[in-house]
Design a protein around this ligand. Structure first.
Ligand code: GAR
Length: 220
């Protein structure tokens, strides 16, 4: 059995990669329960690729535009990820809808961060939708991935206030800072064996998590 520090993390990105960078920073600080073994992007121009390379992490591009179907792309992506034999596959701003071809290969070790208080606002434009609905709070949720888009069991959720004068950019920036905290934390639970994805939900320390996931406590 591999020890915690030998646990292997593959990260998938599509763009900026600030969540991916949060994992790299946690690893450098010695507070990540595994090592980032590869960063894979579906876009050759993703800014996060340079961040990963600069940190000495292997990078791979699986360009979705070169495949004739979603299924063909997902099969190629699954092959690339399998090479790394990961203990967890982290979707860090990976902006392609994945089909069962990919998801079924990694279910149970596939984790995403979504910028809303799931189960509210699956899909896109989450920040604007929360503002348009005059919500008082927004947030982000780390969840296991299933074949239902943004519908897999939540693991860890953080709420942040929506302030008067917020636009979607200011709200997204406030939430993103907390994504960088809760995402490595939730993945650590998985790598430490405390968190498992069962058929009927996510379990932390043997207890089934509620439909929001565990609620992240603001530090005093
Ligand atoms: C993050 O806000 C993440 O929650 C969101 O994309 C952004 C990626 O930023 N993900 C989704 O909307 C997935 N449905 P990053 O590239 O800087 O990590």
């Amino acid at each position: 059995m591999s020890s915690i520090s030998e646990k292997r993390i593959s990260i998938l990105i599509s763009g900026r990669g600030s969540n991916m960078e949060a994992f790299l920073k946690a690893e450098r600080r010695g507070v990540l329960s595994g090592q980032v073994v590869r960063v894979i992007s579906n876009r050759p121009d993703a800014a996060g690729l340079a961040t990963a390379s600069d940190a000495g992490v292997a990078t791979t591009v699986v360009d979705h535009t070169l495949y004739e179907s979603r299924g063909a792309f997902d099969a190629a992506l699954a092959e690339a990820v399998k090479q790394d034999n990961p203990d967890v596959v982290v979707l860090a701003g990976f902006m392609r809808i994945l089909t069962p071809v990919f998801i079924d290969a990694f279910v149970g070790k596939l984790v995403n961060v979504h910028p809303s208080l799931l189960p509210n606002y699956p899909g896109l434009n989450t920040h604007q939708r929360a503002i348009d609905n005059s919500d008082r709070e927004a947030g982000a949720t780390v969840h296991y991935v299933t074949n239902e888009i943004d519908g897999g069991p939540p693991i860890l959720q953080v709420s942040v206030p929506i302030e008067s004068g917020d636009d979607s950019d200011s709200l997204a920036a406030r939430i993103l800072d907390f994504e960088h905290v809760i995402f490595p934390e939730a993945v650590n639970w998985h790598l430490q064996g405390r968190l498992v994805h069962e058929a009927d939900g996510a379990y932390l320390d043997g207890k089934k998590l509620p439909p929001t996931g565990s609620l992240w406590e603001w530090q005093a």
